[in-house]
Design a protein around this ligand. Structure first.
Ligand code: ACM
Ligand code: ZN
Length: 744
């Protein structure tokens, strides 16, 4: 076969090969298939439990147990290679028309091979009652695959919202499907104590139950000061806890899926549920609470030996329940007020020769670092543990950005990355899109090779103060969790957003069969502004495999189940806004994509190079660009282009540039604004870039289709005080990205 013919074969069948996370190496070796049937025999050479999982899955969904006579075979065996040491958790999968061979370096690798086989099979494999006549085929592939990072995790906050044992297990199933291997179990916090501790029964008698305010979260917003505990006999209680028996069962359930549970026992802050259960753990001089079951402090007294002993006892039971090498001790967001006012804490500071309360926090962390190390475990804590000096054995979880991770890695300490910018899945998709998550690289550019080896991996965090239901919890995770799974598993060079988007579209029917609620894809339009003469066509990408219907409207409203289905480009001959959205079976629309269509009117104007600049002084705390058309500029001048040098000598100001641009060749032009604070750009009266709002230097872009001709433009920028910057750029056919040429 010529190279070209081979490429065509692969292109024609590759849509069937949609594995997430993307395997390290994958070749499609031909157009045929392997057909799983009642005649197929499973040969489990080393009694791999994963191979038996595969048999059980096939039996459940396909209806045969792989005990056929062997006309076709699926062989599981440990890979033996005497020349090289095989990396742990890898697998090698070869599918030929008659034989599927699964080789693996260890049982975890075998488990991951089964997850891949599951995705290579038709989606119906997820169903207990698949459609009759489903053809259980596998594409002919060769795969060599293993993880990029050893820590591929997810945090579930079970304190603010108490999630049932069943839901925790479901969560573990989903992590396993994505080849994730760490479940960071946030078990205790201000919202409730969720782990049974035999020695301190009040933790769950009292601390697991708060007054139900009619919502999952307490009225008046989430603040530990609002929380009131009522205990297990409370008339109107919200909460629950996991018994030690249930915890052991969940730990085993996770281990069967090759997931380690890292428990988090928060200390010394975020501990309201514990201190209301045992008030003697609090500092002296804490002002009395206004109601029973409340407390003005949520920290343990660091000067009290009783508190330290209590925490050692709790950690001892924790280590007994959880075999994980890592034990998370929290240590984030510790208020130091109570310590400052407490004679015991002050005495500890003095006795230990500490400088202040920050060093007292560091003393606490060092104490438990040593305690855990003496028991053969390792401490992990939030990046606040860097303050006041890092404990010798500590691993840092970097959440307030990447700086904590960078600092720790430079001090030769291991780190786990989960910055709020990419990994906080309690944030909405409008803040952290699936594409943003996908763009994340857990290894900060600031680290050299040696230091980067300390990055164990990363995780996504689901904090549940504002998550009232399982379905909300799921839609915040899916599909972003798949993007994170690929970030943490797949080689950096193999990452490819368009390819991932295609595989994700094909994955979505799997969510439906698994009963996972998820966010619909955002329709992709090539440009959001379209100028035309006469008439034109408006297009939207319609990827194959998306199980929802792509619908549109022409009046600017969001599509509903009644809106027309998008099939072919839409013909437009007048000004209108075409709005696209995916609509699911329940009639719910996802995020919209809009195309602003405007007839282009050629202008006969004589132009000279330059731009008109108007400067405005602002007062108060503006959070957006004010309406400059109703204000008087303090200065008006001409300039040669758009530059931040136009800023007035003032701390709060706005600048408005007006002029023309000339487009020599029709095409799609991309405009971008980078500004601190907000900025906006109009072309021909259409808003093309909206980068408004109070923020640091942020870049936003917009793309417009422009026929050749002259267009008016207007740019506005404002600063509410503090740092400021502005840059405007454009690119297009035959035009590299750069500043734009402007005319008056
Ligand atoms: C955190 O989000 N406070 C770790
Ligand atoms: Zn104290």
């Amino acid at each position: 076969m010529s190279v070209l013919a081979a490429a065509l074969v692969i292109a024609s069948i590759s849509p069937a090969v949609n594995v997430i996370p993307r395997p390290y190496e994958m070749n499609v070796s031909g157009p045929g298939v392997f057909a799983l049937s009642a005649g197929t025999k499973l040969v489990n050479e080393d009694n791999s439990p994963a191979a038996e999982d595969f048999r059980a899955m096939v039996k459940r969904s396909c209806g045969f147990a792989l005990t056929g006579r062997g006309s076709t075979k699926v062989v599981f065996r440990t890979k033996s290679d005497t020349r090289v040491k095989l990396r742990p958790d890898w697998y090698w999968l070869t599918v030929t028309p008659k034989v599927v061979t699964v080789e693996y370096s260890n049982e975890t690798g075998a488990f991951y091979a089964v997850q891949t086989l599951r995705q290579l099979l038709p989606t119906a494999i997820e169903s207990n009652s698949p459609a009759k006549g489903t053809k259980w085929t596998l594409p002919l592939v060769q795969i060599a695959d293993g993880p990029r990072f050893p820590w591929r995790g997810m945090l579930l906050d079970c304190s603010r919202h108490f999630w049932s044992v069943d839901y925790v297990k479901k969560t573990l199933d989903r992590l396993a499907m994505m080849k994730m291997n760490v479940f960071h179990w946030h078990l205790v916090d201000d919202g409730g104590w969720r782990m049974e501790v035999k020695k301190y029964p009040n933790l769950t008698k009292m601390g697991a139950w708060r007054v139900d305010t009619g919502e999952v979260w307490p009225g008046g917003g989430w603040n530990f000061g609002n929380l009131q505990f009522c205990g297990e006999n409370g008339a109107k209680k919200y909460g629950g806890y996991y018994s030690q028996t249930q915890i052991r069962e969940i730990v085993k359930y996770a281990a069967d899926r090759h997931i380690t549970i890292v428990p988090e026992i928060e200390l010394p802050g975020h501990s309201l549920a514990a201190v209301v259960s045992y008030p003697e753990l609090m500092c002296e001089n804490v002002p009395p609470a206004d109601k029973p079951g409340k407390s003005a402090s949520n920290v343990y007294c660091a000067g009290s030996d009783t508190s330290i002993k209590f925490l050692e006892d709790v950690l001892t039971e924790t280590m007994d329940l959880f075999p994980s090498k890592f034990i998370h001790i929290g240590a984030d967001e510790v208020s130091k007020t109570a310590w400052h006012n407490c004679p015991r804490c002050q005495a500890r500071i003095k006795a230990e020769g500490l400088k202040d309360e920050n060093e007292l926090q560091s003393w606490v962390v060092r104490h438990f670092d040593k305690f855990l190390a003496n028991h053969g475990r390792r401490l992990v804590g939030w990046d606040e543990i860097l303050e006041g000096g890092l404990a010798p054995g500590a691993t840092v979880m970097s959440w307030r950005g990447t700086e904590g991770g960078i600092q720790a890695a430079k001090q030769d300490k291991d780190v786990v990355m989960c910055p709020t910018s990419h990994c906080y899945f309690d944030y909405p998709y409008t803040t952290t899109s699936t594409e943003t998550v996908y763009s994340y690289d857990p290894v900060p550019a600031e680290l050299d090779y040696q230091q980067s080896q300390h990055v164990l991996g990363g995780q996504y965090n689901v904090w549940t103060e504002w998550i009232p239901t399982e379905s909300r919890c799921e839609e915040l995770q899916f599909p972003r969790a798949l993007a994170m799974a690929e970030v943490l598993w797949s080689a950096k060079e193999r990452k490819d957003w368009p390819d991932f988007s295609r595989r994700l579209a094909a994955f979505m029917p799997r969510f439906d069969l698994l009963g996972i609620n998820y966010v619909l894809p955002v329709p992709r339009v090539p440009f959001t502004t379209l100028f035309f003469t006469g008439s034109t066509e408006v297009k939207c990408e319609a990827p194959a495999g998306v199980p929802q219907t792509l619908r549109y409207t022409l009046d600017g409203t969001a599509p509903s189940a009644k809106s027309p289905t998008y099939k072919n480009p839409i013909k437009v001959d007048r000004a209108c806004t075409v709005t696209f959205a995916y609509v699911n079976k329940q009639g719910v629309a996802g995020q919209v994509a809009r195309v602003d269509c405007r007839p282009f009117v050629a202008q006969a104007v004589s132009l000279t190079p330059g731009v008109l600049v108007e400067k405005y002084l602002l007062s108060g705390e503006p959070t957006t660009i004010p309406d400059l058309t109703t204000m008087k500029p303090t200065e008006t001048m001409a300039a040669s282009g758009l530059s931040e040098d136009a800023r007035p000598r003032a701390t709060k100001f706005a600048v408005r540039w007006t002029g023309h641009i000339q487009i020599a060749k029709a095409g799609a032009y991309t405009f971008s604004l980078t500004s601190d604070d907000g900025s906006r750009l109009w072309v021909g009266g259409a808003l093309v870039v909206d980068n408004d709002g109070p923020h640091g230097a942020v870049t936003k872009s917009g793309t417009a289709w422009l026929p050749a001709g002259t267009y008016t433009f207007e740019a506005r920028w404002y600063d509410q005080g503090g740092a400021n910057s502005f840059k405007a750029e454009m690119s297009g056919p035959g035009m590299a990205k750069g500043s734009f040429r402007v005319f008056r």
